[in-house]
Design a protein around this ligand. Sequence first.
Ligand SMILES: Nc1ncnc2c1ncn2[C@@H]1O[C@H](COP(=O)(O)OP(=O)(O)OP(=O)(O)O)[C@@H](O)[C@H]1O
Length: 624
Amino acid sequence: MEKKQFQAESKRLLEMMISSIYSQKEIFLRELISNASDAIDKIYYKALTDPKLVFNKEDYYIKVIADKENRTLTIRDTGIGMTEDELENNLGTIAKSGSLAFKKEHKSQDGHELIGQFGVGFYSAFMVADKVTVISRALGSDHAFKWESTGTDGYTITPCEKTEVGTDIILKIKENTEEENYDAFLETYRLQEIIKKYSDFIRYPIKMDVTVKKLKEGSENELVDVQEEQTINSMVPIWRKNKNELTPKDYEQFYKEKHYGFDKPIKYVHLNVEGTVTYQAILFIPETIPFNYYTKEYEKGLELYSNGVLIMNKCADLLPDHFSFVKGMVDSDSLSLNISREMLQHDRQLKLIAKNIARKIKSQLQSMLKDEREKYEQFYKSFGRQLKYGVYSDFGANKETLQDLLLFYSSKEKKLVTLDEYVSRMPEDQKYIYYATGESIERIEKLPQTEIVADKGYEILYFTDDIDEFAIKMMMSYKDKPFKNVSSGDLGIEAEEQETDQEKQENQELFDYMKNQLSGKVTNVKASKRLKNHPVCLSSEGEITIEMEKILNAQPNNPNVKANKVLEINIHHEVFQTLKHAFEKDKDKLNLYTNLLYNQALLIEGLPIEDPVQFTNDICKIMV
Ligand SMILES: Nc1ncnc2c1ncn2[C@@H]1O[C@H](COP(=O)(O)OP(=O)(O)OP(=O)(O)O)[C@@H](O)[C@H]1O
């Protein structure tokens, strides 16, 4: 028997293949099943042009047979088989794909797209097998041949017997090593699991003999083990089915089966897109937040299939970060895969699909917001924060896309409103979109700074999420209306001028004195234009607001950011007269009052008092 040699380059390629192309050993089964499916598809193609050939789908199948005793795993198909020459050419030459050549000869037909294209998948068998035997009989031939190889040292081809047309790939499974449990590839449950994971939607049945417990004949309760042939794969992917035939229950079932989440999806969309890119997709918006969603451990991505075969579990490139909560899958025949079928090269098609999908998700959310407000608010409670991160990140690149999906609590409506709803209600003289920040709605309701804006009849948006103000700073304005923090310097509201020049002069001296007293703590002390009933509040000058100071300083790397704080005094409050009096008569008292007011303003803002003991002592001083 003549032993033929792999060419030198092929030898190296095979070694590389076996050790490094595929990151997981289990995919050998995906590759061999895909080849088997291609082989059956080839008969289907031939039958299209050969009137003597009838393609009866029921006659074709793939069978996976595990033999623990002999440590063999056989992948049998009833496909087109290989002649002696084909065995030599297709399996003797690495990176030669008979399937690719076949594809070039036959035009693609209604979804029967061949999977193979690189001519390497077969060799992945050597990742788990010491020896691979291929017994094949080609369609239209009376002869069968056996190809055999133990890997890099070459292969033999000899005639043999085989009654049916088709191919048996017999793997002699390796012995266990410390790192790898090869026995698992002979276990029925493990093989079923791998088939389900990667090859569930191969369109021909993948059969296995499975041991099941059945009642012994003639007995009423005695169970015996019986071998039963079962079809493991579901064959028709739900996404290839007609939408009209599917019910919401079917989609929910699919969501559960695929382990997208433990909850029920709040919304799903089934896409069947044809055009510059062709793909099918089913996308789900979950109802509840995955427990690790707002952590680094959360991995975004959609399952990616090519031709019904799973290529990637979580293809991150298919989802923008701001929609990272979306679950689901995409199947496309028009992707250019790389050789390991695991990662995609920077694929133009993939980019197009991703763009398309992002648009679809947005329109789904928009229609939910418009037509199912309650549902949308439920969604927003879970993932609204992510949308706001989306506005803020990438220097605001996505703000236009996301701004109409945002909701904020409104002081007037006492519920969540969109920016569009806010702006459409603005009175003509209102220049800004006003907002107030705080840790809860209840807390903001009591903020003295909101008084004058609320008094004017203007609506105020309440920002209770730490990201809110950062996101809004990135947007700057909405529909040409700038955002304005009610604590910021100029509120754009004309206050009635009640101080005379002389009063201003006198007050200024008092404020300068107080500013001096609070040196290092505030950058200014001034008469407030926003207070009505409260005596005092803090506001900020410059870009960094007090809320931002709080959030930034709560970060682990504590950047020690300080807002320029301004102590605002309500000159129409009785307390102001007390201050004036103390300024003239008793500077010690004024010092005491200044410290007290400053600390009160800190408390109102939810900021820590620098010296609580001193503060309580000061209060006691005025009590006795
Ligand atoms: N079960 C089979 N029946 C018939 N032909 C087969 C079978 N398995 C492999 N072949 C032939 O061998 C060739 C090489 O197979 P291999 O899996 O290495 O590559 P491929 O399937 O063409 O491409 P890919 O690397 O993308 O899987 C195939 O193109 C096909 O012509």
